[in-house]
Design a protein around this ligand. Sequence first.
Ligand SMILES: [Zn+2]
Length: 84
Amino acid sequence: MMPTYEYECDKCKCRFDRFQYMNDPPLEKCPDCGGHLRRLISGGGGLIFRGSGFYATDYRSSEYKKKAAEDKKSPAPAKAPVAD
Ligand SMILES: [Zn+2]
């Protein structure tokens, strides 16, 4: 199986996929502008782990916002500490 590597250029922000074997040396320079490339890992299933972690953060925060909105809609009974 030939893994697909996704690259993103730090300089011009272009992105492209490249088939490479695991032990192939990673590309380092953008073919367009010569800028520094970052290798993203693409699993081909739509889930991309980005070095920046933006996706994970966005997902978590949107989930959090959704939950917060739901809490507002149907507020749970106040969790008052049970005092004697
Ligand atoms: Zn570039």
